[in-house]
Design a protein around this ligand. Structure first.
Ligand code: ADP
Length: 473
């Protein structure tokens, strides 16, 4: 059986890991796709726009201001033209200047052929390495050059690549940003991997531990405890439940052992007494007088009662108890039950008082009577006599409460939690005449629970006890 459980959980564990891996791979794919999407759409287009704008501004400056000042005092300013030409080619702009007779004054393609060829080739190569489809079409404008009197004295050709082009520093910036995005990508993917490992471990580690303990529990070793703290609520709950289960099983096991001893003891004492009496009667030492037969009969009755209790308990344990509920007027119902016990109470000089509201409850009459009988007879039994027992019934918060309060010997605080356990008796020696089997309250609790209700107990030693039964209206 233990082996089966092990196998079962192993296959479950695998599926947890597999599920997590699928989940995290999915997250990773989404992350990579989002980064790619961001780079392709948002980043590249923003970067292109930035480069286009700055190229345009460069060109505008050249046309608006610089070109206008190359002809001064009826002369071409050759130094300025050359300086402008060299500056411009560094920004991807080629300049040629002609006079009005179409004679060339200066041309980047001739006067600085090496530099211009190299620069334009570099741009083209750079751009094609970034985007293979980049178009290296060259575009030229003709701009007229005027003197200070606004007379046209020549013209200039200004050319650059038609498509967006990056200069050296743009490429550097582009690459730097790309690198940052790449690093961010690597960091996020590694964090996902690390987080997924941590999460998987934090789930599968404790489950593994719980599994191991569950297996030893299944093998019958109940004293095991899972000593592991998990910050995952469900797993923490699972560990607590397993520990509680193991503790409960351990207690049940102890109770079961105790029960065997108890039953043997409970039955043995009256049986020995009956046998002793019968032996001496059979051997002729004693006359079988009526008195002696009555005494034997009492012992036999006691044995019968014990067996009866055991049978009831077994019936409740097997869960065959279906309730046959009906509506009952509580006042008559409770009083009819309690009247049978008044005689016992009077013998101990105890007065039973009733404070019962005129209410109805839907209960299984016979089984519920057992609850009241058990609690009421305990109230009389565990009582040194004199005083009162008050039976109350009232409705509160849509619940019906039945309280039975005595002024008996009380129950020590530390025992209160145990009295509903089967075969549990407080201080077995303290009331040896009236020993029960310790199942009355166990049965009562099962019956009340079956009615979706509960029993609470308040008690103070030597002052008395109060049992309150609560059931839904
Ligand atoms: P028992 O057959 O021993 O009466 P119960 O399950 O009815 O078994 O009760 C369990 C134990 O709880 C009793 O043995 C007794 O020690 C204690 N007990 C129950 N009711 C009272 C009470 N009203 N006053 C004092 N002790 C009580």
């Amino acid at each position: 059986m233990g082996w089966d459980i092990g196998l079962d959980n192993n296959s479950k564990l695998k599926s947890i890991n597999r599920k997590l891996i699928i989940c995290f791979t999915f997250i990773m794919i989404i992350t990579i796709m989002s980064i790619r999407f961001f780079v392709n759409t948002s980043f590249i287009s923003s970067f292109e726009k930035y480069v286009n704008d700055s190229n345009k501004a460069e060109l505008q400056h050249l046309l608006d201001i610089d070109i206008k000042s190359i002809y001064i005092n009826n002369n071409w300013d050759m130094d300025l033209i050359e300086k402008l030409g060299l500056d411009a080619i560094k920004k991807g702009i080629a300049i040629e200047v002609y006079n009005e007779d179409n004679e060339k004054i200066w041309s980047i393609f001739e006067d600085e052929k090496v530099l211009s060829d190299e620069t334009l080739r570099d741009i083209s190569e750079n751009m094609q390495s970034i985007d293979k489809k980049w178009d290296n079409n060259f575009q030229e404008y003709k701009v007229s050059v005027k003197d200070s009197n606004n007379k046209e004295i020549g013209y200039s050709y200004i050319g650059h690549y038609e498509s967006t082009y990056y200069m050296e520093n743009d490429v550097e910036l582009f690459e730097a940003v790309n690198k940052i995005i790449f690093i961010i990508g690597i960091i996020s993917i590694s964090s996902i991997i690390i987080i997924s490992i941590i999460i998987s471990k934090s789930i599968s580690n404790p489950i593994g531990k719980v599994l191991k303990i569950a297996k030893t529990i299944a093998d019958g070793n109940y004293k095991q405890e899972v000593i592991y703290k998990s910050d995952i609520k469900e797993i923490d709950g699972l560990i607590k439940s397993i520990n509680k289960l193991s503790k409960d099983l351990n207690e049940q096991e102890n109770l079961r052992r105790q029960l065997t001893g108890d039953i043997a003891h409970e039955l043995r004492t009256p049986l020995t007494s009956v046998k002793g009496h019968l032996d001496v009667i059979i051997s002729g030492i004693w006359e079988p007088t009526n008195e002696r037969l009555i005494s034997i009969n009492e012992e036999v009755t006691r044995i019968a009662n014990l067996v009866d209790e055991l049978r009831k308990l077994a019936r409740f344990d097997s869960g065959k108890n279906t309730l046959e509920k009906e509506e009952v007027k509580l006042e008559n119902y409770i009083k009819n039950i309690a009247y049978n016990y008044e005689e016992n109470a009077i013998k101990k000089n105890i007065l039973i008082k009733y404070e019962i509201e005129n209410i109805e409850a839907t209960i299984d009459k016979e089984k519920f009577a057992q609850v009241i009988i058990n609690i009421l007879s305990n109230a009389i039994k565990y009582n040194n006599g004199n005083g009162e027992i008050i039976i109350k019934a009232f409705e509160r918060d849509n619940m019906i409460n039945i309280s039975i309060q005595d002024e008996g010997i009380g129950i020590p605080g530390e025992e209160l939690k145990n009295i509903f356990e089967r075969f549990y008796r407080v201080d077995k020696s303290r009331n040896s005449d009236n020993r029960g089997l310790g199942v009355g309250l166990t049965i009562s609790k099962s019956i009340v629970n079956a009615h979706d209700g509960d029993i609470k107990v308040f008690s103070e030693i030597n002052k008395g006890s109060q049992f309150i039964i609560t059931i839904p209206k």
